[in-house]
Every structure is written in structure tokens, then in C-alpha cells.
Design a protein around this ligand. Structure first.
Ligand code: FAD
Length: 406
């Protein structure tokens, strides 16, 4: 028997960028509704939304038929405007994608086609032209310049949204981990005292836990989480003049990862990363920290399946990424993109994030796009991988469409 019970028109599980922007949209559409967020951590930004690269992507990478493509460009424009309105640090200095082989030169052309289809400004440059933007970039096979790419203070975005939502009487329950859900009676058991939360409509925006929660609704049985760890180094201050804005490699089109890149963040520091190293659990931020047996067993099962089937060239991905635990290998990936950088210029950073990457157990492939599932009185945001931060303000509109309150 629970001591406390609460009743809200809308409950959002997870106060990352997706949960916060969903709440923001709900307050605009339903100003009289009661809205609550249930967040298992004591504060905001403890997971992906507070641990990312802080890049507002242009949308050049994504096929025009994907949700990512349709959300990213609009989302980025709206986030830049949101930053301006709220005095959040945001620098729109553009990005250079560099080709370092003939094969990558071919992929650059595909990126330019994507840009055209997705109506994104992008310019093909030769190496000399690349170096007008980024004097130290290596681009023997040319590059692409995307002027709309920006960097933003991600944590400031979360805090501004939080203050705004409080002013709209949205209720935040922190330290409130959802333990179970009864979809028939629309009840959630959560928090240390196992309070009962009743809802009219539930939004599952729980990041790495979203699949687990969706299963209470008979959804997402075909997916499993395969968490990947993103580690970063920083370029030491006296050397970071070699990067003006953002320098990226040409990504492998078979994979939903962009590769180690160089980013001058809003503080002026230059970060290098992130890696895509398989993590041993949802919150395994350190080498061996926060490893739970059940999660570890699942990761090992998924990894084994992917290594055996080798879909999306998975073995090559894992072997090249695991090596990046060793600094010389990590540095090699960065040095491929830029002159005048060596391993000694990289200093450790405590920035590390975990991607809520899903694999589809039927197709045995990594899911490349956002996944949105609905049931009566509930909506589930799965695979909110990059660029979910960039896309969030536009994506929230789509997530909130067609909800029921009763
Ligand atoms: C290394 C890295 C770099 C990235 N770089 C970029 C980038 O440059 N640009 C970009 O657009 N995107 C980037 N991303 C992706 C972006 O950060 C994520 O897509 C986005 O933050 C996802 O937001 P979210 O709200 O879904 O997840 P989260 O921020 O993880 O929020 C989910 C919340 O749910 C809570 N929760 C989980 N389980 C429960 C439960 N049972 N009960 C209650 N609460 C629960 C968690 O505590 C968490 O606060 C990056 C991601 C990583 C990991």
C-alpha cells in the first residue's frame, strides 16, 4: 500500500532534452492541463543531454526519408532562435567535413546530394578552400562546408527550459525512478516510497531505459539496447588555435556514428571525440563503474550476435573503436583530420557520454533513425540518438501530436 498518490493529465518519464521539450510543447497546447516529469536523478543533465558534444547539426548526414532529416534542420533553426531569445551561449561558426581518401571523396558527393534533398546549404571545397576556413585541416580529397552548424551550451538549454516549465506550474519529481507501470489502469509506481502516479497520457522519454518502459505496453519487444561509450580528450590550451570551429571526418554511411571530430565548444575549449566503444551497461561511464549483471549479460549477448552476423561491418567498428581506449590510437583518428597535432597535445577530459543505441533483434542491425511508438494513452520515444538534442524542439511537436488526456 503506497503512502502517496498523484494524478496528472500528462506524465513525462525522463527530464532530458526530449522530456523537457515535450513538456514545453504541452504547456503551449494545453495551458490548463496538469503536467509532471518523473526523473530518476536528483538533477538535470546527468545523462546524454548533459554529456553530448553540444553541436547543432545541419542535417546533411541523414537520408531524406528519415525522421532525423525531417526533424534536424528545423530543430537546429529553432534551437538557435531559442538560444538568442534566452541569452544562451550559441556560436554558429559552421563545420568542415574533410575527405582523406578517394572513397571518402565519393561519400562527400553523396552528402552533397543529401544536402540538396534536405534543403541544407552546403558547399564543395578543394583543400586550399577548406584551409581558408580551417587553416590546419587535412583535406587532400576536398571537403564540404556547412555554414549552419552551431555549438550550444547544452546544460544552459536544459536549465532555461526547467525554469520556464516551473513558471508554467509543471511539477518536477526528482529522485523518482519508475519501477513499474500498469498500462490498463494508467498507473505508475515510482520513487523511493513507491508512490502511485496516475496519468491521462504518458510520454516515455527515458533515454537508455525507454525500451524497458515501453515493454509495459507490449511494445519494443524486437529491440534491445546496445550502449556505446563516447570518450573525449581536449586539445591543450596553448595548441588549440589549430581548430577554429568544427572539423569532422566523412562518416561511414552504414553506421549511425559520425566518427572522432574536433569541436570548439562555447567555452572556447577544443574537444576531440567521441569514441563509439561498446559500454558494459547503461551508465558504465568509467572503465568498470556501474556495471549491473543483467545489463552486462544483455550487452554480451547483443555484441556476440552483432560480431557473428557482422552486419554494418560491425567487427571492424568494434576492433577499431576498442583500440581508442589507448591514447595513441585515439590520437591517430584525430591526427588524420588536422596538421600540427600529436598525441602529447591531447589532455584527458572527464567528459563521457553513453548513447541509447538500439539494435533490432530481428534484422540484427543497429537502428539508424529515431523511433516513435504509440499506444492508447501513451507515446514512446525510442532510439533518441544523435541528433536528438539538435532536433528536440521540432521533434517534440511530432511527439505531442494526437495525444489523449482522458
Ligand atoms: C557522446 C555523445 C555525443 C552527442 N553529441 C550530440 C550532438 O553534438 N548533437 C546532438 O544533437 N546530439 C548529440 N548527442 C545525442 C543527444 O545527446 C541525445 O540524443 C539526447 O540528449 C537524448 O535526450 P533524451 O532526453 O532522450 O535522453 P537523456 O538525456 O538520457 O534523458 C533521459 C532521462 O530519463 C531519465 N530516466 C531513465 N530511466 C528512468 C526511469 N526509470 N525513471 C525516471 N527517469 C528515468 C534519465 O535519468 C535521464 O535524465 C550525443 C550523445 C552522446 C552520448
Amino acid at each position: 500500500m503506497s503512502l502517496y498518490s498523484y494524478n496528472y493529465d500528462f506524465i513525462i518519464v525522463g527530464a532530458g532534452i526530449v522530456g523537457l521539450t515535450v513538456a514545453n510543447r504541452l504547456t503551449a497546447l494545453y495551458p490548463d492541463a496538469s503536467i509532471a516529469l518523473l526523473e530518476k536523478e536528483p538533477s538535470l543533465g546527468v545523462h546524454a543531454s548533459g554529456r553530448n558534444s553540444g553541436v547543432l547539426h545541419s542535417g546533411i548526414y541523414y537520408g531524406s526519408d528519415t525522421l532525423k532529416a525531417s526533424m534536424c534542420t528545423e530543430g537546429a533553426q529553432r534551437m538557435v532562435a531559442f538560444a538568442k531569445e534566452n541569452s544562451i551561449a550559441c556560436h554558429q561558426l559552421g563545420k568542415i567535413i574533410v575527405a582523406t581518401s578517394e572513397q571518402e571523396e565519393t561519400s562527400l558527393k553523396k552528402l552533397l546530394e543529401n544536402a540538396k534533398k534536405n534543403k541544407i546549404q552546403a558547399f564543395h571545397l578543394n583543400e586550399a578552400e577548406v584551409q581558408k576556413y580551417e587553416p590546419y585541416a587535412k583535406a587532400p580529397f576536398g571537403g564540404v562546408y556547412c555554414p549552419s552548424t552551431a555549438v550550444i551550451d547544452s546544460k544552459a538549454v536544459l536549465n532555461v527550459l526547467y525554469q520556464y516549465l516551473l513558471s508554467k506550474k509543471v511539477v518536477f519529481h526528482f529522485n523518482c525512478s519508475v519501477a513499474s507501470i500498469e498500462s490498463q489502469s494508467k498507473k505508475i509506481w515510482a520513487g523511493k516510497g513507491q508512490a502511485i502516479y496516475s496519468y491521462g497520457h504518458l510520454f516515455n522519454c527515458a533515454g537508455t531505459s525507454a525500451v524497458q518502459l515501453a515493454r509495459y505496453f507490449g511494445l519494443a519487444n524486437e529491440y534491445e539496447l546496445l550502449p556505446f561509450k563516447g570518450l573525449y580528450y581536449k586539445i591543450k590550451a596553448e595548441k588549440d588555435y589549430i581548430v577554429r570551429s568544427n572539423i569532422y571526418p566523412v562518416p561511414d554511411p552504414a553506421l549511425p556514428f559520425l566518427g572522432v571530430h574536433l569541436t570548439r565548444i562555447v567555452s572556447g575549449e577544443v574537444y576531440v571525440g567521441p569514441t563509439v566503444i561498446p559500454a558494459f551497461g547503461q551508465e558504465n561511464y568509467g572503465l568498470l563503474s556501474n556495471i549491473r549483471l543483467k545489463e552486462l549479460m544483455l550487452v554480451l549477448r547483443c555484441l556476440t550476435m552483432m560480431m557473428v552476423t557482422n552486419q554494418q561491418n560491425f567487427r571492424k567498428l568494434v576492433s577499431s573503436e576498442m583500440k581508442k581506449y589507448l591514447k595513441p590510437y585515439f590520437a591517430k583518428a584525430a591526427c588524420k583530420l588536422i596538421h600540427n597535432l600529436s598525441s602529447v597535445d591531447l589532455v584527458s577530459s572527464n567528459k563521457v557520454g553513453i548513447r541509447p543505441q538500439l539494435i533490432n533483434m530481428k534484422t540484427k542491425k543497429l537502428e539508424m533513425d529515431f523511433i516513435l511508438k504509440s499506444r492508447e494513452h501513451s507515446t514512446h520515444v525510442l532510439n533518441a540518438i544523435s541528433p536528438a538534442f539538435t532536433s528536440s524542439l521540432a521533434f517534440a511537436d511530432l511527439i505531442v501530436e494526437n495525444v489523449e488526456r482522458a
